[in-house]
Design a protein around this ligand. Structure first.
Ligand code: GAR
Length: 187
């Protein structure tokens, strides 16, 4: 069975969706969730779903090998960033070449880069009166949101939409596609 490790910084609804999907799919399982936020709701979800969770601080992540060593000890086949907001340092990228993927809540290369995450993305989409938005699943490299694109899906943005309804539409796309894309990459 393949091993998935998830990194998440916040609510973790995508993490939960991926954990649940692979509870029903013998191809893989989520063996651990890592977070950089002690109060992240994803930790409550991991408790309920009985998935081990690890917290690390910025020093452990960016100025030491401790996170890399912990990740290596789990032998993940894929590392999935699901609402993870820190830039991944080069020692982790080098240790897992082409094995780290991220989901971004917009159609990259639009609305990517430092500071573009979550609600900020949807507000910018609304302010620019875009008629469509979507999700991008991509490999992670040393630059925010710039790795090779694996998958995109679109949804319409209506004049009546606000940042909240755009977020809901994008989350639906994420729930539908992210686990399936992970499964395909693991085959
Ligand atoms: C998701 O929409 C994800 O695409 C986005 O954060 C949200 C996390 O929601 N990620 C980024 O903006 C990364 N730049 P969740 O915690 O409920 O899964």
């Amino acid at each position: 069975m393949k091993q998935i490790v998830i990194l998440a910084s916040g609510s973790g609804s995508n993490a939960e969706n991926i954990i649940s999907y692979f509870k029903e799919n013998p191809l893989a399982k989520v063996s651990a969730v890592f977070t950089n936020k002690k109060t992240a709701k994803v930790l409550e979800r991991c408790d309920r779903l009985e998935v081990p969770a690890f917290y690390f601080n910025k020093t452990a992540f960016t100025n030491s090998d401790s996170v890399v060593q912990l990740l290596k000890s789990l032998s993940p086949d894929i590392i999935v960033l699901a609402g993870f907001l820190w830039k991944v340092p080069s020692n982790i990228i080098a240790a897992f070449p082409n094995q780290i993927i991220n989901i971004h809540p917009a159609l990259l290369p639009k609305y990517g880069g430092k500071g573009m995450y979550g609600a900020k993305v949807h507000q910018a989409v609304k302010e620019n009166a875009e008629t469509e938005t979507g999700i991008t699943i991509h490999y992670v490299n040393e630059h925010y949101d710039e790795g090779a694109i694996i998958f995109q899906a679109k949804t319409s943005v209506e004049p009546s939409d606000d940042a909240n309804t755009i977020a809901e539409k994008v989350h639906q796309l994420e729930y539908e596609h992210f686990p399936k894309v992970i499964a395909k990459l693991l085959l």
